[in-house]
Design a protein around this ligand. Structure first.
Ligand SMILES: [Zn+2]
Length: 149
């Protein structure tokens, strides 16, 4: 089963279609959620949190990059979290950027999920685990190196 993740929400369906087309031009498939309710009753758009655009979990990283490149995300709202690909040699006790041992894990609120949770009053995984270096201030997540298909 493929897990779909929301990457962006828009108040207008037309806007959502534009973004969807833009992602498609970059080779990323997406689906829109709550499109119909916003079309039938635009006043509800904000109530349901707008039209949500969802992509496959494995496409999230790329989709966000593409959206940022296209100016759909406001960079100041995007946390600067680096993605570090984990290899056999990866030593998680050291900062991958400055090799400091002064690193820790922290849970940061996932802004999008937080919004969704507030809007729906539902329990979503609002926090994600991020590694932080207290010396150079970098934050990163470990990922498995994607297999080239
Ligand atoms: Zn560091």
């Amino acid at each position: 089963m493929t897990t779909l993740k929301e990457v962006i929400a828009m108040s207008m369906p037309t806007e959502a279609h534009m973004v969807q087309g833009y992602l498609a031009s970059e080779g990323i498939e997406s689906v829109l959620k709550d499109e119909n309710i916003t079309q039938i009753q635009p006043f509800y758009s904000n109530a349901v949190g707008g039209v949500k655009l969802l992509v496959r979990e494995e496409d999230v990283e790329v989709a966000l990059q593409v959206l940022e490149k296209g100016g759909y995300l406001h960079p100041e709202k995007v946390e600067k979290v680096e993605v570090v690909y984990r290899t056999k040699e990866t030593d998680e006790k050291h900062c991958p950027f400055c090799q400091s041992e002064n690193v820790g894990k922290k849970k940061v609120p996932d802004v999008l999920m937080l919004l969704v949770s507030v809007v729906f009053g539902a329990i979503f995984p609002v926090f994600r685990r991020v590694n932080k270096c207290f010396d150079c201030g970098k934050e990163w997540v470990y990922r498995k190196k994607p297999n080239k298909r």
